[in-house]
Design a protein around this ligand. Sequence first.
Ligand SMILES: [Zn+2]
Length: 140
Amino acid sequence: MKVCPLCNAIYDGHRWVPEPDEALRKEAARRNPAKEKCPGDLRIERRQVEGVVTLKGDFLQTHKDDLMNLVHRVERKGRSRNVAARLMSVTENDHQVVIETTDDHLAERIGKEVEKAFKGELAIKWQEKDRFVRVTWTRG
Ligand SMILES: [Zn+2]
């Protein structure tokens, strides 16, 4: 058993559990597991960006909170499936929000969920060789 010192994810011997329930947390405390960074935090440390999502357009100005709530919901859901899928950074300015992710599929999913919830225009561009995707969502 291992525990991530940064996000408290627990490795139970088979897989990393991002949001361990109380039973697992108690068992971990009892066993005094080694501290080891989980794959998500390792990717953040290495600055391993696999996806960039850009949200822009006038709609963003009036609905930024709704959009960001959705982005964080998608991240939480993605992370429960893949502990390595995380948001690395969120940068906002007057015109756009730029989100870097540690997982290409997470970036794609964020774009698709935003489009599903708020319509707008979605462009998804995969880079040929590497695992990298650029996702741009626009709503005027
Ligand atoms: Zn972690």
